[in-house]
Write a protein that binds this ligand. Structure first.
Ligand code: ADP
Length: 378
């Protein structure tokens, strides 16, 4: 039955032409195996990594086509940056090959990093490219830190597409108190996002310096109160905005979110290099959409080449914090503004996020520990 439905989905997808090519996405070999389980379809489309953002409409069309098949209620479609897409590794995002010397950003040590009074540790959650689940991870990680008993908050610095208002189900404008911005709040957690300050779409036309000062303002002029940890959901990629923020935000460290594919990992490595350049420690790597667990039979399918992030973490000597499977429940809850950590606190995903949060906090505390431990003699 599900094989029949998979075939029907593939048939439908044959009507979807790849932009810039004269063939459909199935004939071009861009569509992965289609898994169908309990009326839900899961598959990925391989695209060149530099086109991932512009091909978002293609992803949406593919999801709509799959859902139009009788017997399919919903579809999870992921764009993956795979070499199959005819994109050699060297063809990834041009901004990635920023020179490491002779460039205006090559003097990180001269930039003043101001710690923020009342905030114990600021942690950036970053990814080399969009669509890997960075915001979903940032939100669930912040909520997991909170569930572990820490005072956590989250700042949405993803200026190009602020998603925290939606992910945290918060609307309205923040108020000012004593000349400072009062963060918005839901699920007991403080949240600040450019999405609260500008209308949707407006942020897209902002330019570099304006964005940077707005971000630093949100960091410093928001009345965060006393926090153990502030999670920053970074903009995807490794451009100027990301670099400035990494340089100036007095970060305790960064968490890199990656999907398992090779190219996504190459992108993740660019993010790692960016933080290295400004001497921000990598607190760990999270593998998102690591594998797909069939809700029917419970078996795990490695449709995206599971395990790449762990190997990469070993290679660069960063802690591997954990893996989160591709699961419709995560997507539906995330998109409905009720992140799994709060909507299904006893479920396996919430547990996985809490474990990642625990390892992350151990890493932060380990780094903050004094070099010479106190020894007391009785
Ligand atoms: P990014 O911040 O990297 O652009 P998002 O967090 O916005 O990515 O996630 C992109 C899409 O993928 C969202 O629709 C989200 O719900 C979905 N998603 C993220 N992580 C998972 C997961 N582990 N399983 C299923 N869907 C996921």
């Amino acid at each position: 039955m599900s094989a029949e439905l998979s075939a029907k989905v593939l048939d439908k997808l044959k009507t979807l032409q790849m932009p810039g090519a004269d063939k459909d996405i199935v004939s071009l070999g861009l569509v992965s195996d289609v898994f169908v389980s309990q009326g839900k379809a899961y598959f990925s489309i391989s695209v060149p990594s530099e086109s991932a953002n512009s091909l978002e409409p293609l992803r949406e069309q593919a999801a709509a086509l799959a859902s139009s098949v009788q017997g399919i209620e919903a579809a999870t479609v992921v764009l993956t940056a795979d070499r199959k897409a005819g994109s050699p590794a060297s063809a990834s995002a041009p901004q990635a090959s920023r020179p490491t010397h002779g460039h205006a950003h090559a003097q990180p040590r001269t930039v003043a990093k101001q710690a923020i009074p009342g905030i114990g540790a600021i942690v950036a959650v970053a990814s080399g490219k969009g669509g890997v689940g960075k915001s979903t991870t940032a939100v669930n990680l912040a909520l997991a830190l909170q569930a572990n008993g820490l005072r956590a908050a989250v700042l949405d610095a993803d200026i190009y597409g602020p998603s925290l208002p939606r992910l945290m189900k918060i609307s309205g404008r923040p108020q000012q108190i004593d000349g400072r911005i009062r963060p918005m709040e839901n699920y007991g957690m403080k949240v600040m996002s450019m999405g609260f300050l500008v209308d949707e779409g407006t942020a897209m036309i902002w330019r570099g310096p304006m964005i940077q000062s707005a971000l630093l303002q949100m960091l410093r002029e928001v009345a965060w109160g006393d926090l153990d940890v502030l999670i920053i959901d970074m903009p995807p990629g490794t451009g100027d905005v990301q670099l400035t923020l990494a340089q100036q935000a007095a970060l305790a460290g960064a968490v890199i979110v990656s999907t398992p594919q090779d190219l996504a990992l190459i992108d993740a490595r660019k993010a790692v290099n960016m933080f290295n350049k400004v001497e921000v420690p990598i607190l760990g790597i999270v593998e998102n959409m690591s594998h797909f667990v069939c809700p029917n039979c419970g078996t795990s399918h490695d449709i995206f080449g599971h395990g790449g992030a762990r190997a990469e973490a070993d290679k660069i000597g960063a802690p591997f914090l954990g893996e989160i499977p591709l699961d419709m429940e995560i997507r539906l809850n995330s998109d409905a503004g009720s992140p799994v950590v709060v909507s299904h606190p006893d479920g396996p995903h919430a547990k996985a996020y809490r474990e990642i949060a625990r390892k992350l906090w151990d890493g932060i505390e380990g780094r903050a520990a004094p070099a010479f431990p106190d020894i007391s003699f009785e």
